[in-house]
Unconditional design. Structure first.
Lengths: 490, 326
């Protein structure tokens, strides 16, 4: 008998979503839809606001990764005013950003995605969470996790005013210099972060890689897609979160594109589907070919798995070692296994920790000169950074007073939207057979999106409206026989 | 005795309020020891159907963050209202509308067109929008209806208390949880935060100008900001004199002006009007033309003074016929 199964709301992610699964007469999955039911309209209400307010306004797109929006907006302001911040300011920004990556990636591994492995994907739903994790790893380790996040988040507050919705970013620099006596706190925090990163990779090794069932799941076709991958890289093609060029590798692993942030519109476009408020990004160079994987489809991925695939290595020694081990274990580049995101995330966590230690020790970090006052007349600015959840684009056009006339934002999760929708569909098809379904299996369907660490708060920054009409008539073989469309004004 | 049951939910929000709860850090373990959390989508796997199964008022308290702008959000908060003894508007968006409330400067159609037709990167030659209900080959899928106007939580359901801030400061969350668990709550409708203006407790208050003397407003990117001196005295639009304290002067400590996320004190009806008059009263001139010239440096009065509170303001939204206002 045909059936419809609803997972509402999807959980352990940032933001809203639901999954609608359609079963056919045999009880197998016809299709599963990951739908995003909410939008807010940031690009529109940015219009009329002073550009220098964008770092604080757009941070409200996501309170989980506010620092990412704050930073992308700040980079866009540098470009808008054609102003180069002093080295000290760049270093403070990257220090804050690296600490943010550590605590944010840790949040995902221990609170959001990790419980599926540490507690188990089919454990009772009341236990698949941080409390279950604490139960498994013990309170001592639990307190270590909580303690490191607390220390790092307090450091971000110190440098950035607030950790949730920081205030440090200005065109040409940062609002507040670091004091000499504060530097030791940052060094100590970064040292803790490095140890914590190694310890987290150890847990991953023990809990996941030594569990044959988990490794089989990671490598299984159910959680695999061959797509393009995108990430920001430095001049040596190593992963960079703060600065660089955007590099895209093809499904077979070769470099396909490398371009400057200012060229993004030549390569990236957004596709609209009637059943979700999210827009689906694709590579313009290939085109939108539907929800298909492979080199002929423009669908690409971002975030940890993609960043490691799109780079030639990590810029710090311990992370580089981990990077090599990762590709050796998983059979070379690129890795197409969605669940490998969890491992890649911890390797990035280690890089971010090592990088924050380098920056915290840098004597330049306490230089009191942290501002270059803009003098150019503003017109247009584009800023791109890697958010924990993927490549993030902010683009503003302003009048001569710096008042925003038009804004365009492509947020991390949108880049992943198409692949993520395919992942949920494929996981549902691979896991639900002959109508047999329970809470554990449905959670494993959710693992198909959770690995990406999506932020649907981000992805729904823009807002939809009234209901136009779109009717599609299909015959018994699902062939489209008629399509009627109507827009707006209803 | 069984532990009190608690729910957390988000509406038109960013997730920062959830993070603020996680920022209780080790103290969240005490919270978990004292209560049973039965709904919290960011962290726990309980679904809507689990909430539907609860008895009326089975949840001792629900904390709801985010503004209300869709049919789904409205259904969920109505459901949680029924299932909860106490209901707390958590954070600027549910309290006053928050930054997503700035969407009330526009209407739904203009925002929709902006996103799905006019955005630089969108490729949508047929120009269609997402649909509330759509027939797909496998059946029918639905999306919530989106409202033209963003609302505060108390504009759609009865609210017992408010925790202000974007996000609410951790100290205030702790105090509120303590008061709820001890049953020592103030009168219904109270904002659970100090009722003093931020300027009164600001670490830079000694250098605040007492008499009107502002001759020129500066935008933060135009000057090197002194790290000790009152920001208002430096010509920056710091809204601390109109804003409730309780945030620990976080933005000022970050060397940037207060933008008003904690909202007004209890004596103020319309935050933006209060903030505007507080700033205007410091302008150091009696000459009308000169006053106009000084105030014209304020680049975006609406977005500045109503940044977090447009839906809660006396006007609620922009009313231009071409923007679909009523």
């Amino acid at each position: 008998m045909k059936r419809e199964i609803l997972i509402d709301p999807i959980t352990r992610l940032e933001g809203h979503g639901k999954i609608d699964i359609f079963l056919n007469e045999n009880g197998d999955v016809d299709r599963a839809y990951l739908q995003i039911p909410e939008l807010r309209g940031f690009e529109k209400f940015a219009e009329g606001r002073p550009a220098e307010d964008m770092p604080q306004i757009t941070s409200r797109i996501s309170g989980v990764c506010p620092t990412a929006h704050h930073m992308a907006a700040t980079r866009a302001l540098d470009d808008l005013y054609k102003v180069e911040p002093p080295d000290s300011a760049k270093k403070i920004r990257e220090l804050i950003y690296s600490l943010f990556f550590v605590e944010d990636h840790a949040l995902h591994f221990f609170f959001l995605g990790g419980p599926d492995f540490i507690v188990g994907p089919t454990a009772p739903k009341g236990e698949r969470n941080i409390l279950g994790v604490l139960g498994k790893v013990g309170m001592e380790i639990g307190k270590e996790v909580i303690g490191v996040r607390k220390e790092l988040r307090e450091l971000i507050s110190l440098a950035g005013g607030k950790v949730i919705h920081p205030v440090f970013g200005l065109p040409g620099g940062v609002a507040r210099p670091l004091k000499k006596e504060e530097q030791t706190k940052f060094i100590a925090g970064a040292e803790h972060a490095v140890k914590f990163a190694q310890f987290s990779l150890g847990i991953f090794n023990d809990v996941v890689l030594k569990n044959k069932q988990y490794v089989d799941w990671i490598l299984s076709d159910t959680y695999t897609h061959k797509t393009y991958y995108m990430g920001l890289v430095d001049e040596n093609n190593r992963v960079n979160f703060y600065d660089g060029k955007i590099r895209v590798v093809a499904p077979e692993g070769k470099e396909f594109l490398k371009f400057k942030p200012q060229e993004y519109l030549e390569h990236i476009a957004e596709h609209v589907e009637p059943w979700s408020y999210i827009k689906f990004c694709y590579l313009k160079d290939i085109g939108w070919k539907g929800f298909e994987e492979g080199a002929d489809s423009g669908i690409y991925a971002v975030a940890p798995l993609a960043r490691l695939n799109a780079s030639d290595g990590m810029a710090t020694p311990l992370a580089q070692e981990a990077y090599e081990q990762y590709f050796t274990t998983l059979g070379g580049k690129p890795v197409h296994h969605t669940l490998a995101n969890h491992w890649a995330r911890l390797i990035e966590l280690l890089y971010a920790a090592e990088r924050s230690l380098q920056l915290a020790k840098d004597p330049e970090i306490v230089n009191p000169n942290v501002r270059t006052i803009p003098t150019e007349i503003p017109t247009e600015g584009i800023g791109v950074v890697e958010a924990p959840r993927g490549t993030l684009f902010h683009h503003y056009q302003t009048d001569e007073k710096g008042i925003v006339k038009k804004a365009n934002l492509i947020v991390a999760t949108q880049n992943n939207a198409a692949r993520m929708a395919m992942s949920v569909d494929k996981a549902a098809k691979g896991l639900i057979k002959e109508g047999q379904v329970d809470d554990g299996l449905l959670n494993m369907v959710e693992m198909g999106f959770r690995a990406y660490d999506p932020c649907h708060g981000c992805a729904t920054h823009c807002l939809p409206g009234q209901t136009p009409l779109w009717v599609r008539l299909f015959d018994a073989e699902h062939r489209l026989i008629q399509e009627i469309k109507h827009n707006g004004g209803l | 005795m069984s532990k009190p049951k608690v729910g957390f939910y988000w509406c038109a929000a960013c997730g920062g309020c959830e993070e603020a709860v996680v920022d209780l850090h080790e103290e969240i373990l005490n919270v978990v020891a004292a209560v049973d959390i039965l709904f919290w989508p960011v962290a726990l796997d309980f679904k809507r159907e689990d909430v539907e199964k609860l008895h009326e008022r089975e949840l001792a308290v629900s904390f709801i963050n985010g503004a209300i702008r869709s049919s789904e959000q409205f259904e969920m908060v109505e459901l949680l209202r029924k299932k909860s003894g106490l209901l707390i508007a958590f954070g600027s968006c549910s309290h006053l509308g928050g930054i997503p409330g700035l969407a009330n400067l526009f209407n739904r159609e203009s925002i929709l067109a902006n996103s799905y037709k006019e955005a630089f990167s969108v490729e949508n030659p047929q120009g269609f929008y997402p649909q509330e209900s759509i027939q797909v080959p496998e059946g029918k899928v639905t999306l919530p209806a989106l409202w033209n106007t963003v609302k505060t939580l108390d504009q759609v359901i009865d609210v017992d208390y408010y925790l202000p801030g974007c996000p609410p400061p951790v100290e205030l969350i702790k105090e509120a949880l303590g008061a709820i668990l001890a049953g020592k709550l103030p009168e219904k409708g109270a904002v659970l935060a100090p009722d003093k203006a931020l300027c009164e407790v600001c670490p830079r208050k000694e250098s605040k100008p007492e008499k009107p003397q502002l001759r020129e407003f500066k935008r933060p990117h135009e000057i090197v900001i002194d790290t000790e001196k009152c920001l208002l005295a430096q010509g920056l639009l710091c809204l601390g004199s109109a804003t409730r304290s309780g945030c620990g002067s976080a933005c000022v400590n970050g060397n940037m002006p207060c933008t008003g996320c904690m909202g007004p004190t209890s004596r103020v009806l319309d935050y933006g009007a209060k903030a505007l008059s507080a700033i205007a009263s410091l302008v150091g001139s009696n000459d009308e033309k000169e006053i106009a010239a000084i105030l014209s440096k304020i680049a975006d009065p609406t977005g500045t003074f109503y940044r977090y509170s447009l839906p809660a303001s006396l006007l609620h939204r922009a009313y231009k016929p071409e923007q679909g206002g009523k």
